[in-house]
Design a protein around this ligand. Structure first.
Ligand SMILES: *Cc1c(COP(=O)(O)O)cnc(C)c1O
Length: 477
């Protein structure tokens, strides 16, 4: 398998280079040159296989020839051991009568779906760096859940130094504790005075600074990393198969911020999973919904909502879809994205908009609507939803087209990560799992920095230097 940049320049790369690089040197995102297909008999064979087995088979075509099948299977096998459910991403019935399901993606160490991909990424990174006797500096921006999931994925690993940027005061208390209480030397938490988009811009700017990038062997674990998209396709496959694929199809509703999770659903559909509807659900930070309705991709102010992991105005992964819908013309896309970066607004070409509308359905739900859904679902089914999941449930129910096709709504986080919103909606808070309770009272490690590229880079320069004493890039004795 080879990968190319969505901005069209540069050589094609293999999977392990794409894994370590994250963002392509021209500022684009890596995409595979072709999508491997899962045929019907393969899908059928998944019905009685464990999650890790299916995961190995779904992902293997994306990683050859860089990985041997046994080598890859071994890494995948080890990646889901920290999950508290034997099915890793279990399906739970929400309403048998109407065929509504929750796909629970929050059984990993940080109680949100990002663990599914990042636990694997941690293993892949360490394995690859060991192979190359090399070390990297991983930088990332988080609106809350990526940060802790990335930290859990690389804590204490050889050859990896992690700098995680989060918007100060704009992540929930529990999200913050999950990041800042990790007391290991290779993890650095940076609280930036700004929004998530500011953090993401800083990360992008550091990647664009070639000298800085090379000096630190920068690498990314944000959802711009192809390996995360790849890992997230797996649960679309397992859920569809559990509900009758390839014999029948399913609809998915996905709460969206960076367009990562739902893009993985799109890839699963391209691979041949019978998905009849993909519903894109945003909160009031609705750049994608507005683009869907009007064709205008236009940045507005980020508004704080009760689903903070989706308080995003620049949905990075959308570029991957645009690349495809533009007939894989990297030059046109590069010009569009440059314009978008300069003036914060582009119009999608007519055929691109039509294709976008054909492939997805989209709507938004505000905080009030989100609270209503949390209340209604609790009354109807006794299930406590987290606010992100509730956005997907509300929009999914509203946009569902075919009542005979099961509707799977992605449960992206455990409700206990957002206790204040849940308590406001239900009058009582969710039960706190041990994984959260044990964080309270632990000392926190975090550095507050202004939203200034130079200051952030200087901090990394200083604090990365200690890592050079443990790099693996010296010749082995
Ligand atoms: C990250 C996150 C999202 C948004 O996912 P994207 O891949 O960025 O679209 C939604 N809900 C939760 C709980 C998240 O952590």
């Amino acid at each position: 398998m080879k990968y190319e940049s969505t901005r069209g320049s540069g050589a094609r790369r293999g999977f392990s280079d794409v894994l370590l690089e994250g963002l392509a040197p021209d500022g684009g995102l890596y995409v595979p040159v072709e999508i491997p297909l899962l045929n019907e008999s393969t899908l059928r064979s998944f019905a009685d296989q464990a999650f890790a087995q299916v995961a190995t088979e779904v992902m293997l075509p994306f990683v050859v020839p860089d990985y041997e099948p046994d080598e890859f299977a071994d890494l995948v096998q080890h990646s889901y051991q920290q999950f508290d459910h034997p099915d890793v991403t279990p399906l739970r019935v929400l309403d048998q009568g109407t065929g509504e399901w929750l796909l629970e993606l929050f059984w990993g160490p940080t109680l949100a779906f990002k663990d599914v991909a990042l636990q694997l990424l941690g293993n892949l990174f360490e394995h690859e760096l060991e192979k190359r006797s090399h070390s990297v500096t991983v930088i990332g921006a988080t609106s809350g859940d990526t940060g802790s999931a990335a930290i859990e994925a690389v804590r204490g690993r050889e050859g990896i130094e992690l700098f995680m940027l989060h918007p100060r005061g704009r992540v929930s208390e529990i999200q913050r504790l999950q990041m800042t209480t990790v007391d290991v030397p290779n993890i650095h938490n940076l609280a930036i005075e700004g929004t998530f988009d500011d953090c993401q811009d800083l990360v992008k700017a550091m990647f664009a600074d070639t000298e800085f990038r090379q000096r630190h062997d920068l690498s990314a674990v944000n959802s711009i990393n192809w390996a995360r998209v790849m890992a997230q396709t797996v649960y679309y496959v397992t859920a569809a198969v559990a509900l009758g694929a390839p014999g029948s199809s399913v609809a998915f509703s996905v709460p969206t911020g960076n367009f990562g999770n739902i893009y993985a659903g799109h890839v699963a559909r391209e691979m041949g999973v019978p998905i009849s509807q993909l519903i894109l659900a945003t909160n009031v930070n609705d750049i994608l919904t507005r683009a869907f309705e009007t064709g205008g991709l236009q940045i507005t102010e980020v508004v704080r909502s009760t689903s903070p992991a989706m308080d995003i105005q620049v949905s990075s992964n959308f570029e991957r879809l645009l690349f495809e819908l533009l007939g894989r013309d990297g030059a046109i896309l590069a010009a569009l994205m440059e314009r978008f970066r300069m003036i914060g607004h582009i119009e999608l070409p007519g055929p691109v908009l039509e294709a976008f509308q054909e492939l997805f359905d989209a709507d938004r739900l505000d905080d009030e609507g989100t609270a209503e859904v949390i209340g209604r679902v609790y009354d109807q089914a006794g299930v406590v939803l987290d606010p992100h999941t509730a956005v997907g449930v509300g929009v999914g129910r509203a946009l569902r087209r075919d009542p005979d096709v099961p509707l799977v709504m992605l449960a992206c986080a455990h409700a206990a990560k957002f206790p204040d919103t849940v308590e406001a909606a239900l009058g009582e808070g969710p039960i706190e799992p041990d994984r959260i309770r044990s964080l309270r009272g632990l000392p926190e490690r975090v550095v507050e920095l202004p939203n200034e590229l130079g200051t952030v880079q200087a901090f990394i320069d200083e604090n990365r230097s200690q890592a050079s004493t443990v790099t693996l890039d010296r010749p082995k004795e």
